[in-house]
Design a binder for this molecule. Structure first.
Ligand SMILES: NC(=O)c1ccc[n+]([C@@H]2O[C@H](COP(=O)([O-])OP(=O)(O)OC[C@H]3O[C@@H](n4cnc5c(N)ncnc54)[C@H](OP(=O)(O)O)[C@@H]3O)[C@@H](O)[C@H]2O)c1
Length: 312
């Protein structure tokens, strides 16, 4: 089977598609998945470049590439009753494992849910890490309620376009910040108010928000606190020095740390079934084209998601 591997940190040409043996089932909670699609996340190029070496291996990468998995169960260990062979499933691999960019995978059942018929697999593949990040930020950290005023800084990004749709689905009033070329896209995703960062600075607005979700993380709690209502919170996405300092100092500063979250995944799939959530597929690449896919991702101009088709 084909699998994307990287044995050193660096530019996209460190990525190789190699032939490996199919992984063997484990004795418990184990399923063999024939992977249909995956999707890329900013963490994939950041891991490849060694941005998180402390966690991914100081001298040599220990994590594999790719976290989002959509595929079909080909085999399972005897104790698995929740799933059947032939089920379509979706899941997110652990942050310290990865390996979704592979034709076959052995996974733990606890990270997976079924995909109902009628949902397109390439659409679903965009959901796991980016959708879960948006869900955890707004619903778990933000306790989003109907009528809340939410600002999403980076509404056209992978995480951002999910955040707009989740906030709308749960009855919030959404303000999205993006470049001018993406204003219409953010409106289509459901934003009520759109701001172009090329035309105005959202920090100069006279408004009060219950949640500011700084997806692209070019602001801070301190810079945005005049825009927060009495119980308003600021949520960042990047573990920078400023973020750590603010987390320790201010109760209203939060940081989302995504991890596999079955409840979030199930809720996002339900929203998709109800036509309240879609994945904007900016580009779809074949597994063999992982290098151009990474080159595109790393430009950070993706509108929605980059999908990788794995099964022929
Ligand atoms: N902490 C966590 O658990 C966690 C989880 C997932 C992601 N993240 C982080 O969250 C960030 C977003 O991830 P992602 O996958 O959504 O990224 P992405 O899809 O690669 O982001 C690209 C998008 O960002 C927009 N953008 C770039 N600069 C902008 C700016 N100054 N203002 C507004 N929009 C801007 C671009 O639109 P334009 O071309 O219009 O500018 C493009 O649509 C990354 O830094 C990622 O590492 C953290």
């Amino acid at each position: 089977m084909k699998q994307v591997v990287y044995n050193q940190y660096g530019n996209s040409d460190v990525l190789k598609v190699e032939h490996k043996d199919r992984p063997a089932l484990k004795r418990r909670n184990s399923m063999l998945i024939k992977v249909s699609y995956s999707s890329l996340n900013a963490i994939d190029w950041k891991n490849r470049k060694g941005h998180f070496k402390l966690f991914t291996g100081l001298f040599k990468p220990k994590t594999k590439q790719g976290f989002d998995v959509v595929g079909i169960i080909e085999d399972k260990s005897k104790d698995v009753s929740e799933f059947s062979i032939g089920d379509q499933v979706i899941g997110q691999l652990g942050n310290f494992d990865g390996g979704a960019l592979s034709e076959y995978l052995v996974v733990n059942t606890k990270e997976f849910v079924k995909i109902p018929k009628g949902i397109q697999l390439n659409q679903a593949a965009g959901i796991p890490m980016a959708g879960t990040t948006a869900w955890m930020a707004l619903m778990e950290l933000g306790n989003l309620k109907k009528g809340d005023k939410v600002l999403i800084n980076g509404g056209s990004s992978g995480v951002g376009h999910f955040a707009i749709q989740i906030a709308k689905a749960y009855g919030a009033h959404v303000t999205s910040v993006s470049s001018s070329k993406n204003l219409t896209f953010c409106t289509q995703m459901g934003a009520d108010t759109v701001i172009s960062y090329q035309e105005e600075n959202f920090l100069d607005k006279e408004a009060q928000f219950d949640i500011i979700f700084d997806v692209v993380f070019n602001s801070s709690y301190k810079k945005t606190k005049h825009l927060l209502g009495t119980n308003g919170i600021y949520i960042g996405t990047t573990p920078s020095k400023t973020m750590v300092f603010e987390l320790l100092r201010y109760q209203k500063a939060k940081f989302v740390a995504v991890q596999p979250n079955k409840n979030a995944l199930q809720s996002l799939i339900h929203l998709m079934e109800e036509n309240k959530l879609k994945v904007n597929i900016d580009k779809e690449y074949l597994l063999d084209d992982i290098i151009p896919a990474h080159q595109y991702l790393e430009k950070s101009r993706t509108k929605g998601k980059v999908i990788i088709k794995i099964a022929k």
